[in-house]
Design a protein around this ligand. Structure first.
Ligand code: LMR
Length: 329
C-alpha cells in the first residue's frame, strides 16, 4: 500500500526519498462502533479514501469499525489522549460531558430532514461545536444517520400506555431517559455493542435506534415489534484530536476539510435511502413486525413528551430551545 514495489528496497538507495516518505506519512486512526454497511460506516470509508487519494498517500486514514478498537464508552478519552485521532460518536453520547447537547435529543425535535440539516448547520450546531473547545477537541461537522424507531419484545408500542413496565436500552443522555420515563418505562444506559446480548438475556425489553443499526446489529432477531415513531433523530458529531489537527500542514488541513464537507453532503443524501432499504428488508423478516402510528397516536406521544421539554429548558437554555422551535414552524 505504500505505492511502490517493496522489492526495490533490495537495491542500495542513493536517495532516501522513499524512506522519508514513509516517515512523513500522517496516520489518522478513526474509530467507530457501528457496522461497515451503515451511514457512518460508509461515510468513514469514503472520507478515508478521499483523503488518501487527494494527499497522494501522504495521509492514511485507518478506519476501525464495530468498536474493535475502542467502544462508545472509552473512545472519547482515547481521542483526547491522542491514542486515536478521529471518532464520530452519536450526538447523544456528548451530554454527560456537555449537557447542552441534549437539545438534539428532545423528542419530536425535528419534523423533517431539512430541520435536522438546519440545526446542524445553523446556530444550534455552531453553539454545540464551540462547546468542545473547552476539551481541546475539534468538532468538525455533523454526519447523518436517521430517525430512531422503538423496538420491543413485548406488545406493539402504539400508545404511551404500551410502555408501562418495560425496560429500554438508551444512550447516555438524560433527555432520552426522561423521554422514556414520561412514557412510563424504565431505562439502562448501555453501550451500543452490548445491546444485542442484553436483549438476548431479556435484561432489556426494547431499545430505540435507526433501521440501519437495528438491522446491521441483528437486533431485529431479538425483537418482536418495531414502531415507526420517528420520535428522535440519531446523528453524529465528527471529532478530531485538536493537537493533531494543529500539527497538520495547511495543505493537509485543506485536504481534510474538503474531504469532510464532501462526505457530509454525501451521507446527508444517502443515509435516507440506506435506512429505507433496511426498513424494507426488516418488513420481510418473520421475527419482527413493523407498526405505524396514526396521527392521533402521534399526537398523544407528543403531549406525553411535553414535561420533557420543560425539564430540558433549564439545562439547554432558552436560546437553543427557541432556535429549535423556529425549525419546527
Ligand atoms: C447507539 O449507541 O445506539 C448509536 O450511537 C450507535 C451509532 O453510533 O450509531
Amino acid at each position: 500500500f505504500f505505492g511502490f514495489d517493496l522489492s526495490e528496497a533490495a537495491e542500495p538507495l542513493e536517495y532516501d526519498d522513499e524512506q522519508e516518505g514513509l516517515e512523513d506519512e500522517v496516520v489518522i486512526k478513526f474509530s467507530h462502533v457501528v457496522a461497515e454497511n451503515t451511514p457512518k460506516g460508509k461515510a468513514a470509508r469514503k472520507f478515508a479514501s478521499l483523503v488518501q487519494e487527494r494527499s497522494n498517500g501522504e495521509i492514511k486514514v485507518e478506519v476501525y469499525s464495530n468498536g474493535t478498537l475502542y467502544n462508545d464508552q472509552n473512545e472519547y478519552t482515547a481521542l483526547k489522549n491522542g491514542h486515536i485521532q478521529m471518532i464520530a460518536p452519536a450526538t447523544s453520547k456528548l451530554p454527560e460531558r456537555f449537557p447542552k447537547w441534549q437539545v438534539l435529543d428532545l423528542p419530536y425535535a425535528f419534523p423533517t430532514y431539512e430541520a435536522v440539516r438546519q440545526a446542524y448547520e445553523g446556530e444550534i450546531g455552531t453553539t454545540l461545536l464551540n462547546d468542545l473547545e473547552e476539551d481541546d477537541v475539534k468538532g468538525m461537522t455533523f454526519w447523518y444517520n436517521g430517525y430512531k424507531q422503538v423496538t420491543s419484545n413485548k406488545q406493539p408500542l402504539t400508545v404511551p400506555a404500551d410502555f408501562n413496565r418495560t425496560h429500554f436500552r438508551i444512550m447516555p443522555s438524560p433527555v432520552i431517559e426522561s423521554q422514556f420515563q414520561a412514557l412510563g418505562a424504565s431505562t439502562s444506559k448501555l453501550p451500543f455493542n452490548k445491546t444485542y446480548t442484553n436483549l438476548e438475556v431479556d435484561f432489556i425489553d426494547g431499545q430505540e435506534n435507526t433501521p440501519s443499526n437495528v438491522y446491521s446489529k441483528k437486533l431485529f432477531e431479538k425483537q418482536k415489534h418495531m414502531t415507526i415513531s420517528n420520535h428522535g433523530y440519531l446523528g453524529y458529531v465528527v471529532l478530531m484530536n485538536q493537537a493533531f489537527w494543529k500539527d497538520l500542514s495547511e495543505e493537509h488541513q485543506t485536504i481534510v476539510l474538503n474531504a469532510m464537507s464532501e462526505t457530509t453532503n454525501w451521507v446527508r443524501r444517502h443515509s435516507i435511502e440506506m435506512n429505507d432499504a433496511y426498513l424494507r428488508q426488516m418488513k420481510r423478516e418473520d421475527s419482527i413486525e413493523v407498526h405505524y402510528l396514526t396521527s392521533e397516536q402521534k399526537e398523544l406521544w407528543k403531549q406525553t413528551f411535553q414535561p420533557v421539554y420543560e425539564e430540558a429548558e433549564h439545562i439547554v437554555g432558552n436560546r437553543l430551545i427557541e432556535k429549535l422551535y423556529e425549525l419546527q414552524e
